[in-house]
Design a protein around this ligand. Structure first.
Ligand SMILES: Cc1cc2nc3c(=O)[nH]c(=O)nc-3n(C[C@H](O)[C@H](O)[C@H](O)COP(=O)(O)OP(=O)(O)OC[C@H]3O[C@@H](n4cnc5c(N)ncnc54)[C@H](O)[C@@H]3O)c2cc1C
Length: 452
């Protein structure tokens, strides 16, 4: 029997596991979360407001199918190797608990479905308590039923800002405004042509727009929070109109009283496992993804990838890609009629992803809202100017000279911004996202690995 390992229990990983099981494979799925569902289906069985969980029936079906699989939740994969077969190593159990269980999973093929982190561009004042990423605000609302503030401003770009505003409002925050950096013109150019391609997404969009109207939340395209004010925590934010390149337009600034700001400028893929497995990565700095062919196969024939790790296209794209990857990883053929549905959805969702990028992709003028001393790397307290000064050095030397990206998050938070600042200062950033460590482990645990 063919053994398939699935790394990640979000929409892509769940669909991959289901498809591999359908072909009779022996499936092992690993996810570091306490429960399955990934970012899209993050929930708490009793606390989460049902209005915040979309497509719950599909999630229940996928989870139900996993009864025939071996599932490890609360298990962080810290090492991934491939030679004649695949080996994933994980520790299961609470990261700060006294005894974590060591797991070693051997498989004939693996589907990497590690998803993405949310991405927040820096703003002067963003280190003040009360500023969160939009994803963190969403996670708190969905999983814990907690809101980040009483008066919250949501600022950034992309349709994700809409469910975030809805979640905040439903958990009791007054959302003062949603500030979308892209201008009306860019949004129209991205979204209006070929409306039939949006079939399936339009309903969700209408629901969010209705929620904004119901809660009287203003949606302001072509604007952004360009500064956060406060002594020891957020007291207000400065909002400005932006031009098409996201440069603040002088004279348009206005101050808005609030106690929380949620920033979200898109997503950045979690590439660590794919990099460990030697998979080729494609794309420019700031937008690098795992390269896959039409079969979701990476540059290594035993390694498949699916979901946001291959491109940002939302949960439907992740589900379709996962179904294809799991089927192929289990030895199926791309010509099998059972893949007709997922292949059609993937085609449609690739068009959707291209629209997302055209309408909401980060424009380079955003760096104009930074001061020289704005902290960009929060872990190490590195300001914009220090990054510019080291930007001509090779990436490794630049990190050592400035310390950007060398803190606990290893550049997961600041990577995109650091690369952009370096590029604009004339440097050639590449590979800021190359991190050898998949998940933190203790030295004692590492030393306890027999045979290593
Ligand atoms: C914070 C956040 C919140 C989001 N909320 C929404 C939302 O409310 N609505 C919406 O439409 N879209 C949301 N998105 C977008 C969402 O990511 C996708 O549309 C969808 O969830 C992508 O599915 P996926 O399977 O590719 O990845 P994910 O859903 O991200 O699943 C990846 C899984 O891999 C696991 N994983 C990663 N690395 C490891 C490791 N080393 N060891 C073990 N497990 C690992 C993670 O725990 C995670 O469960 C959110 C994204 C983020 C980053």
């Amino acid at each position: 029997m063919r053994r398939v390992a699935v790394l990640g229990g979000g929409p892509a990983g769940l669909a991959a596991a289901q498809a591999a099981l359908a072909l009779g494979a022996e499936v092992t799925l690993v996810d570091e979360g306490a429960g399955l569902g990934g970012q899209f289906w993050r929930h708490h069985d009793t606390i989460t407001d049902p209005r915040l969980t979309h497509g719950r029936a599909r999630f229940d079906r996928l989870r139900g199918a996993l009864e025939q699989a071996t599932v490890h939740t609360g298990a962080s994969v810290w090492s991934a190797d491939v030679a004649a077969s695949v080996t994933l190593r994980a520790f299961a159990g609470s990261a700060d608990g006294p005894s974590r269980r060591s797991l070693a999973i051997e498989a004939d093929a693996v589907v990497v479905a590690t998803g993405a982190h949310d991405l927040a561009l820096p703003v002067p004042g963003w280190t003040l308590p009360g500023v969160t990423t939009a994803g963190a605000a969403q996670a708190l609302a969905k999983r814990d039923g907690v809101t980040v503030g009483r008066r919250t401003i949501v600022s950034g770009s992309g349709p994700f800002l809409l469910p975030v505003a809805q979640s905040l409002a439903l958990t009791g925050s007054q959302v003062v405004g949603v500030h979308e950096a892209s201008t009306v013109r860019a949004l129209a150019a991205g979204w209006l042509p070929r409306p039939w391609q949006l079939a399936g997404k339009a309903g969700e969009l209408v629901e969010y727009v209705a929620a904004l109207a119901r809660h009287r939340i203003p949606y302001r395209p072509g604007s952004a929070v360009v500064r956060v004010l406060g002594e020891s925590r957020v007291e207000a934010a400065v909002v400005a109109s932006l031009d098409a390149a996201w440069r603040p337009i002088p004279g348009t600034e206005r101050e808005i009283v609030c106690d929380a700001v949620a920033l979200g400028h898109g997503f950045t893929p979690r590439l660590e496992a794919a990099l460990s497995l030697g998979c080729a990565i494609v794309g420019e700095h700031g937008a690098r993804f795992v390269a896959v062919d039409d079969e979701q196969r990476t540059s290594n024939p035993l390694v498949f990838a699916a979901g946001e790790v291959t491109g940002i296209g939302g949960a439907d794209a992740a589900l379709a890609e996962g179904a294809i990857a799991g089927f192929l990883a289990a030895g199926g053929s791309i010509d099998d009629s059972r893949l007709r549905g997922p292949l059609a959805v993937r085609r449609r969702m690739r068009a959707f992803a291209a629209r997302l990028e055209r309408a909401h992709g980060i424009r380079q003028g955003w760096t104009d809202w930074l001061d020289d001393d704005t902290v960009v790397c929060r872990c190490e307290g590195v300001a914009k100017q220090a990054i510019e000064q080291s930007s001509h050095a090779p990436m490794r030397a630049m990190k050592l000279a400035s310390r950007a990206g060398l803190g606990p998050c290893q550049g997961r938070t600041c990577g995109h911004a650091v690369e952009e600042i370096m590029a604009q200062a004339g440097g050639r950033p590449s590979g800021f996202d190359r991190r050898p460590i998949l998940a933190p482990i203790r030295l004692g645990e590492l030393a306890g690995q027999s045979g290593d």
